[in-house]
Ligand binder design. Structure first.
Ligand SMILES: N[C@@H](CCC(=O)N[C@@H](CS)C(=O)NCC(=O)O)C(=O)O
Length: 223
């Protein structure tokens, strides 16, 4: 285990587990980035536990993350997996990420699920074809339908964002998840093709917490 203290916060009880190494295409995109971003927006200090393939496969790690994936997040006695659940947990501690009003909270949760359940699967289907399928015949056949679904989702999202800066009437943790999902197709012009969506992603990316999260994530690979 390699421990990096991101804020020189000796004794911090928050620990985020991320990969020690990632291939180039995944750098800046792995799901620890969205958690880092939430923590930065919330102004919460944290440490990073870097793991490799051996730890990822270990029984000890599987006890924390049943699928052997990152991120895992420890907040004192509580250990969580699933980036959406972790982001939600962090957001509940920060007015910067989650409104106080119960109805606004429910709407924020709705958009968190929308990012992870209605948009991310469509986007990931395309990423899997473009980045992992190579020249496979099935991928060539399947891609047009997968692409059409992403385009449809992006047009629908653009409509939602047409008259607002963020998904709701202010920045919330749902924007962190949605923007993180939109970043997955950085190898395409799909976001750029939707001016409203493009402006939204730029707006989200321009937040200092967003750049800090990515910078800290990629700094790991410089070592
Ligand atoms: N739904 C999970 C997905 C986690 C996930 O796919 N993590 C990737 C890195 S971004 C991973 O650990 N991949 C390695 C693997 O699946 O073995 C979440 O949001 O936390």
């Amino acid at each position: 285990m390699t421990s990096i203290d991101n804020h020189s916060a000796a004794g911090s009880v928050r620990v985020l587990t991320a990969f020690r190494w990632l291939p180039e295409f995944a750098r800046g995109l792995a799901r620890d980035v969205r958690v880092r971003w939430a923590l930065e927006e919330a102004g919460l200090t944290y440490q990073v536990n870097l793991i490799g393939a051996e730890e990822q496969a270990s029984a000890g790690y599987r006890a924390l993350q049943p699928f052997g994936q990152v991120p895992v997040y420890r907040d004192g006695e509580l250990t969580l997996f699933e980036s959406g659940a972790i982001a939600h947990h962090i957001a509940l501690q920060s007015a910067a990420l989650m409104p106080h009003d119960p109805a606004a909270r429910a709407r924020t949760l709705t958009w968190m699920f929308a990012a992870l359940n209605s948009v991310e699967p469509a986007v990931l289907a395309l990423v899997e074809i473009d980045l992992f399928a190579g020249d496979a015949a099935w991928a060539k056949e399947r891609r047009p339908a997968v692409l059409a679904k992403v385009e449809r989702r992006f047009a629908e999202l653009s409509a939602q964002l047409a008259d607002r800066e963020y998904l709701l009437d202010r920045f919330t943790v749902a924007d962190i998840l949605m923007a993180s999902v939109l970043r997955f197709v950085r190898h395409t012009e799909l976001v750029a093709a939707q001016p409203v969506l493009h402006a939204y992603l730029e707006r989200c990316n321009a937040r200092p917490a967003a750049s800090k999260a990515v910078a800290d994530h990629v700094a790991v690979f410089a070592n």
